[in-house]
Design a protein around this ligand. Structure first.
Ligand code: HEC
Ligand code: HEC
Ligand code: HEC
Ligand code: HEC
Length: 215
């Protein structure tokens, strides 16, 4: 293929991709274009992403939103939580940290790009992490490795590398990030699957839970 054809294909693919992301996100709670706190120009993507001068958050491409103010969260723990036996649960990492930049309520929604003085925060019903935003002990655990070895040790979990997620590949392919559970294991920030609550699949009859849990 001639180089110019190759570049044409790349641009076309990027265009088609962004068009499809737009149509999926449009009308969802992550469509900020009509929010009073978002500037009038199209902010469908810009509250979260930028093309230039991105924030140094490696887990999302070209990240534009101010990072969470929380340094150390209270982490999930329970007597039966098997990862405590060997694997470790860490402070929310990767893309979960990006979700929490809005959802723990410590940073204003419109603090993106160069704005640092916003006054609009996530409404209480969409807030994660309790009143001060740093308590992850009452949320489904995230930011720990979910491996086949954990599934064997637990006995009530399906093996992630060999279990079909129902989304096209295995649980590990479709729901884990560098083998870890994150907010985006259950949610799709861009509403790719068009399921309520921006979920990756419906949770009618606990279908989502039973993808990983065998109870
Ligand atoms: C509410 C915040 C938010 C909005 C709005 C948003 N994104 Fe994203 N985007 C993310 C996060 C977080 C990730 C990291 C990976 C993940 O969780 O899917 C991501 C990942 C991506 C990726 C790379 C991974 C992939 O899914 O292929 C692309 C490309 C992307 N976004 C494009 C867009 C475009 C185009 C728009 C606007 C139509 C948009 N995003 C709107 C938060 C957002
Ligand atoms: C730029 C800020 C921002 C980021 C980053 C962000 N969100 Fe949101 N999210 C919002 C706002 C604002 C709402 C709407 C809140 C409301 O009106 O109650 C929302 C709503 C939601 C909802 C509820 C959807 C519904 O239809 O009920 C879910 C689920 C959600 N976000 C998950 C995520 C996840 C997962 C991530 C990271 C992958 C993320 N969000 C990143 C701002 C953000
Ligand atoms: C194990 C799956 C799972 C994980 C991990 C997860 N969620 Fe959810 N989330 C759900 C389900 C299912 C719902 C649907 C409503 C419910 O059951 O509360 C939901 C609802 C929500 C809502 C809407 C609030 C409401 O009650 O309608 C927000 C916002 C949200 N999640 C954000 C997040 C964020 C941010 C993270 C990471 C810190 C996260 N979720 C991690 C499964 C998950
Ligand atoms: C993508 C996979 C996945 C999905 C989807 C999922 N979970 Fe989990 N869940 C896990 C893993 C892995 C653990 C860690 C288990 C352990 O190490 O003990 C866990 C832990 C838990 C725990 C704590 C267990 C303990 O011993 O402390 C509960 C309760 C739970 N999940 C309920 C749910 C519910 C309810 C849903 C559906 C809304 C759900 N999970 C969806 C993977 C998942």
């Amino acid at each position: 293929m001639k180089p110019q054809h190759y570049f044409g294909l790349v641009f076309l693919t990027a265009f088609v991709f962004s068009q499809s992301v737009t149509s999926q996100i449009a009308g969802t709670k992550h469509d900020f274009s009509g929010r009073s706190w978002a500037p009038a120009e199209n902010r469908m993507c810009g509250v979260c992403h930028t093309t230039h001068n991105a924030k140094n958050e490696p887990s999302a491409p070209l990240w534009n939103h101010q990072s969470t103010a929380v340094v150390a969260y209270t982490l999930y723990n329970s007597p039966t939580f098997d990862t405590q036996g060997g694997l470790t649960i860490t402070n929310p990492s990767a893309s979960s940290k990006l979700c929490l930049s809005c959802h723990d309520g410590t940073v204003a929604l419109e603090n993106f790009g160069n704005i640092t003085t916003g006054t609009n925060y996530i409404p209480a019903e969409s807030r994660i992490g309790g009143v001060s935003g740093n308590d992850m002990s009452k949320e489904h655990p995230i930011s720990f490795e979910y491996t086949d070895a954990l599934a064997t040790a637990d006995g009530g979990l399906r093996a992630p590398t060999t279990t079909n997620s129902g989304l096209g590949g295995s649980i590990a392919d479709d729901m884990l990030f560098a083998s870890k559970m994150e907010c985006a294991s259950c949610h799709d920030v861009h509403n790719k699957y068009n399921v309520p609550h921006l979920l990756k699949m419906s949770n009618v009859n606990s279908q989502l839970c039973l993808t990983c849990h065998r109870k």
